[in-house]
Design a protein. Sequence first.
Length: 110
Amino acid sequence: MTDKIVVLVTCGSVKEARRIARALVEGHLAACVNIVPGPVESIYRWKGRVESAKERLVVIKTSRRRFAAVEQEIRRLHSYQVPEIMALPIAHGSRDYLAWMSASVSRSKK
């Protein structure tokens, strides 16, 4: 098991997804952020009703120690009252890529 995680977030627009992605990478909170092309369809329960929405899936690569700051930044920039913010552990990965991730998120924000 590594100390790296993938954080999944859905956004209502590409513009919002890009704003969040850029802030996380510029702030050294994420090594890389992928915005999955095309909308994903989300079906969920909200305020007692089953809803459906076209959203953008955002995949954020970071470290466990950065999660609290990542979550805080997403909440600051996200338009949803309750944004999806879920972290999944990265059990294994390319040694070179994991080292690059560590270097990318270890620098402090300038």
